[in-house]
Design a protein. Structure first.
Length: 261
């Protein structure tokens, strides 16, 4: 092992430990600020009240049911949106005809917030699970498709030309050059799409949902039940953070060939 590689190996664990300590310090500081604000007359429940509400919801099964319902909707919408975005993004970046056909519509719908589609979706699709998943799908798709397209367009043409000189066909170039080079862009788009999916969840559950974190928060609003609202907010944040970290982990594995900074 070279000296440079040895130094890099030593630096990475130190950097990871430093980031972990900063993360822990940030969380502790945030909880302390929250506690102080709740004791200074602001209309915040204390962390203890929120924990008590979460425990009560956990014991009666409400929290598990709501988490399961919301997580299922987000996963379905996000998965469908990501798959569609990757496929269409690759087509747009690789084929001029596909770019000409798809780009005007994608740019058009990108200017329309997915939440603005709720009334139309409700009329066309009813009040079942389909409209909720569709709105989340739309949010994830629109956030991810442009990033995938940019990843394909930004592939170094020198690599493509070198592969052609070596006798590679379009299929081989696409699979061995374009897809690996585009992967970082796709992962960034998926992370943005994941955030958009969770951000759309609460509004999507306005559509006559019988369970879900957004549904529970809306009901709690009617009774001014702030601890339950905080439980929903924190649950969404934790679930979103876990999913984001899993995407980051997958990204690190898939892009291990890139130079680390």
């Amino acid at each position: 092992m070279t000296t440079e590689a040895t130094e890099t190996t030593k630096v990475r664990p130190r950097k990871s430990r430093t980031l972990l300590m900063l993360n822990i310090g940030s969380v502790v500081a945030g909880l302390a600020i929250w506690w102080v604000l709740s004791l200074t007359g602001m209309q915040f429940p204390t962390p203890g009240e929120v924990v008590a509400a979460a425990w009560r919801m956990l014991l009666d099964g409400t929290l598990v049911t709501d988490v399961g319902a919301s997580l299922g909707r987000v996963l379905a919408g996000f998965a469908l949106g990501s798959v569609a975005a990757v496929l269409i993004g690759f087509l747009m970046g690789w084929y001029t005809v596909a770019r000409g056909l798809f780009e005007p519509w994608i740019q058009f719908f990108r200017t329309i917030p997915p939440l603005a589609m709720l009334p139309l979706v409700l009329v066309l699709m009813g009040i079942g699970e389909s409209p909720k998943i569709f709105v989340i799908f739309l949010a994830a798709f629109l956030a991810c498709v442009i990033s995938t397209y940019q990843g394909v367009v930004n592939v170094d043409r020198t690599l493509v030309n070198a592969a052609r000189v070596l006798g590679a066909g379009d299929g081989t170039i696409f699979a061995r050059v374009v897809v690996p080079a585009s992967t970082p862009f796709i992962l960034v788009g998926m992370r943005v799409g994941l955030g958009s999916a969770w951000g759309t969840l609460v509004a999507a559950e306005l559509l006559a949902a019988q369970a879900g974190l957004g549904h529970r928060m809306q009901n709690a609003q009617l009774y001014y039940d702030l601890p339950t609202i905080f439980v929903g907010i924190i649950a969404i944040g934790i679930l979103g953070l876990i999913m984001d970290r899993l995407l980051m982990l997958a990204g690190n594995k898939l892009t291990a060939w890139q130079e680390s900074r």
